[in-house]
Design a protein around this ligand. Structure first.
Ligand code: MN
Length: 146
């Protein structure tokens, strides 16, 4: 376990690779992941995600939870049936089984730390019927179309 991972500025850390996130998946755009801490002694991982301006993460749900801390930019998130606007240092808790998606503002990237358990289930995207169900709520439909 490294005692310190030096911050290099511009949302990069020493020795940490930036990887395009889920490059093969549909329904998301321009998300880069850096794994900041993935030690065997801990039950979880700390990652930094950056969603490019106007980009978005996958609309998904899973049985594990996320805790997110925004570090840069502005954006919005769908969490369950809630839509919240985001700015730096806001904390977002995504509970088990809740649909969620993060969207960056058109003007700047949205960067956030995300804490997640090592042992976790695979994310699932909504099928056509679930998507129709989500879209029956006008606020959620507007969010998904934004
Ligand atoms: Mn997720």
């Amino acid at each position: 376990m490294r005692a310190r991972t030096r911050y290099l500025g511009d949302f990069h850390w020493e020795g940490v690779a930036s990887r395009l996130y889920k490059a093969e998946a549909a329904g998301f755009r321009d998300v880069v992941r850096q794994v900041l801490a993935d030690a065997a002694e801990l039950p979880g991982e700390l990652r930094y995600f950056e969603v490019a301006a106007a980009g978005r993460t996958t609309l998904e749900r899973h049985e594990h939870a996320h805790t997110v801390v925004v570090l840069r930019g502005r954006g919005r998130a769908l969490v369950g049936e809630e839509i919240v606007d985001l700015r730096p240092f806001d904390v977002v808790c995504v509970g088990r089984g809740r649909w969620h998606q993060f969207r960056a503002s058109p003007a700047e990237p949205l960067g956030f730390l995300c804490l997640v358990a090592h042992a976790r289930d695979r994310p699932v995207e909504p099928d056509a019927e679930e998507l129709r169900g989500l879209r029956t709520k006008p606020r959620i439909a507007a969010f998904l179309d934004s």
